[in-house]
Write a protein that binds this ligand. Structure first.
Ligand code: CP
Length: 335
């Protein structure tokens, strides 16, 4: 896959890119990580502008993409939806037309309401003359999942995940109903590289059916599989990657009180030392962060030797830069 061929492409779901194209992004991410570490300039996007629209809070995603654009020689312009005319209902069509006439890329986070974010991002992309990157929607968090796959490859030395059991487990959190996009994004991506993904969740925490139907379809084509269980211990058993995190029950988004009351029925769904011992000997603990310490995971685990969360968070920068450089024309004249 030539790098130039990815110029102008949207990145709204990993499922929209072929395995080869994702492999190209991982190769570029590794190169850019090396350049960043050795201090070599890599101004692939000189004088180019990325508009970043956020309809939700962010630490890693905003700062990785903002720093990433600076390091690539361009500029990331942050738009808080609440202080723009989006708050007055300006349409995604108009945002796509207008912002793409000012710059070279648009990136969007719209993840709080099931049924809305992915449709909004795809509508912006329909009318944008520039590439559109999904910084997390209701269905997927593809820039996070690219960093997750990059981290797994670094740890295990291969991106061929054939035979690897990955446990994506629901975990208890008392804070708020978190999006379903991360577990869904993992199910969409990792089986295409051969992984056997087990989703462990209480019965009420089903993932979005149309997303999981797509994930199961492409899983089999990639040689991996998706299994669902309602027992965290069964999910953890012999897994080489454990990724326990909270998400909201789809029918209770918008009803915070009931959502948190339902969560509270499952306080024992925590990633702790006992559970880590049931995973494979070489198991790693992953989390997109922020984690609810003491609820989703004990300090002992998240700060322990098996945890790769800070490597994973750092890789948001390198993998994000790879996506920016590839889609916004950083390799437009190369092979
Ligand atoms: N993992 C992740 O997306 O973090 P932020 O919400 O801080 O961007």
């Amino acid at each position: 896959m030539g790098r130039a061929e990815l110029t102008g492409r949207d990145f709204i779901s990993t499922a929209d890119w072929s395995v080869d194209e994702i492999g190209t992004a991982l190769d570029v991410a590794r190169e850019l990580k090396g350049a960043f570490k050795s201090g070599d300039p890599h101004r692939l996007l000189s004088d180019r502008t990325l508009f970043m629209i956020f309809l939700d809070l962010s630490t890693r995603t905003r700062n990785a993409f903002e720093a990433g654009m600076t390091q690539l020689g361009g500029h990331a312009h942050f738009i808080d939806a609440n202080t723009s005319q989006i708050a007055h209902g300006e349409s995604p069509r108009d945002m796509g037309i207008i912002l793409s006439s000012y710059g070279h890329g648009i990136a969007i986070r719209h993840d709080k309401v099931p049924g809305e974010g992915n449709a909004y991002i795809r509508e912006v992309a329909r009318y944008s003359e520039t590439p559109v990157i999904n910084l997390q929607c209701d269905e997927d968090h593809p820039t996070q999942q690219l960093a997750d796959l990059m981290t797994i490859e670094e740890v295990f030395g291969t991106r061929d995940l054939t035979g690897m059991k990955v446990c994506v487990s629901w975990a208890y959190a008392p804070s708020y109903a978190k999006p379903m996009s991360v577990p869904q994004g993992l199910a969409l991506l990792l089986p295409r590289f051969g992984a056997d993904v087990t989703i462990a969740r209480p019965p009420e925490y089903r993932l979005m059916s149309h997303v999981m139907d797509r994930a199961r379809l492409i899983a089999t084509r990639g040689g991996g599989s998706i299994t669902e269980v309602d027992d965290m211990d069964a999910g953890f058993a012999d897994a080489q990657v454990v990724y326990p995190k909270s998400w909201g029950a789809e029918h209770l988004f918008g009803n915070e009180q009931e959502a948190l009351a339902l969560n509270a029925k499952y306080k024992d769904w925590i990633c702790n030392h006992r559970r880590m011992q049931t995973a494979a000997n070489d198991a790693i603990y992953m989390h997109c962060l922020p984690a609810d310490r003491g609820y989703e995971v004990t300090d002992e685990v998240i700060d322990g030797e098996q945890s790769v969360v800070f490597q994973e968070a750092e890789n948001r920068l390198h993998s994000g830069k790879a996506l920016l450089a590839l889609t916004m024309g950083g390799y437009a004249t190369s092979g």
